[in-house]
Write a protein that binds this ligand. Sequence first.
Ligand code: 5AD
Ligand code: SF4
Length: 498
Amino acid sequence: MTTTDRNNLTQDSKSIRSNKFKVLSTPNLSLGKRRGKEEIEVVQFGDLPQELHRLGEGKHYLIRTFGCQMNEHDSEVMAGILENMGYTATEQEEDADVILFNTCAIRENAEDKVFGHLGRMKTLKRERPHLIVGVAGCMSQEESVVNTIMQKYQHIDLILGTHNIHRLPYLLQEALYSKEMVVEVWSKEGDIVENLPKVRQDGLKAWVNIMYGCDKFCTYCIVPYTRGKERSRHPEDVIAEVRELARLGYQEVTLLGQNVNAYGKDFSHIQYGFGDLMDEIRKIGIPRVRFTTSYPSDFDQHLIDVLAKKGNLMEHIHLPVQSGSNAMLKLMARKYTRETYLDLVHRIKEAIPDVSLTTDIIVGFPGETDEMFEETLSLVKEVEYDSAFTFIYSPREGTPAAKMQDDISEEVKKERLQHLLDVQNEISRRKNEALRDQVLEVLVEGESKTNPDVLAGRTRTNKLVHFKGDTSSIGQFVYVRITDPLTWTLNGEQVFTE
Ligand code: 5AD
Ligand code: SF4
């Protein structure tokens, strides 16, 4: 099969036409859940036919992104595809000919936000009837969302999912000419598509996908359904991309995967894991390398040993724990215990004493008692995270936890969240205080978003630093003495060496 054939191929040949919809394929979460044994092929994104290359000439696009870094990066791919078609970017909705919403399904409030925007689009479409509004990302993979859009948001022109982003040119063309709502969402992951065009957000820091999907099936989480089974990009493709970014002058890459520690587990032809990949990337001349997200029980000693070599491997590990209670971890189907997690943290700290650890925690999961919550607090105090993302549990339709009795009142959930935040903030403040008077290497990212009189940059441990400096240092490494450490940021003064 040629690349063009593949790019043209729809996963489900079923095609429903009516005067309102052109449904090429719709999502099904139970299909998305299935894990087949079929081999994942690697295919190349082919050249677009001439007519698609020019479809966007003189037109503008706008992509609104919700959710995680994976989505941020998918939006860079969509931007790359649209620019390949001749579209140029705009920040103004009133100037846009195409608006895409790249959505997140992880919690209900993320979804509510998107529906708010979709509702707003009705007025804009009335004023600009030629405008194409599309919905992409994880929400598109949920049948309930697609049904709602088809029933209540009929002004939407296009729905595509997470597995068929490379089909955007064809679907956009269809939406432009057919005047029906075009729906194409593949429930199952397809091949790994290489060579996708990308418009990166800045010339300094870049995301690099190393794997797609997740096979962990934590009971609260929708991601394994919306993103499909784990499949790793070949090491040579990842390494070539990082080398190219280094050649282009990028200062930092962040390797992305839902569980980077499962990298390579799906390879049948080679024995090669995330530690091996990091050991090779360590030798590439790119100044800073980060990665996210880690899964504790897949985080092996080999990786710790490689990270301890430091160099361009940054001493920051995001290690979601979710809960400090073994009973909760079991109900969440997290495949580790409080004890094995703490042992991992201990080994990491021993090998990398100045490591910064951050985490994700869910409060109010069904069945969480005060005692179980206290165990989370005590774990947080023991690990001493630099910072934590904390969430109130949000039931996701189709996941096992959604069937568990949600027996904790909203009030208790909010109290626990606040209590956890108070404990964590005190630790963050104390850890930052320990950096007072230290001189740290900072990659200068730009002017501060809140105060244009100061510059903002990040330490190796990913802490945000503000300091007075010359804009000519943006994109460069400088040294900053920390003079005023705060809870979430560090203020300092630039230090000039001879
Ligand atoms: N409710 C609340 N938080 C969730 N997360 C994932 N699913 C849910 C849910 N249903 C959190 C986890 C995960 C982070 C990305 O989002 O903490 O690590
Ligand atoms: Fe969701 Fe768990 Fe996979 Fe993370 S590891 S994406 S929380 S299922």
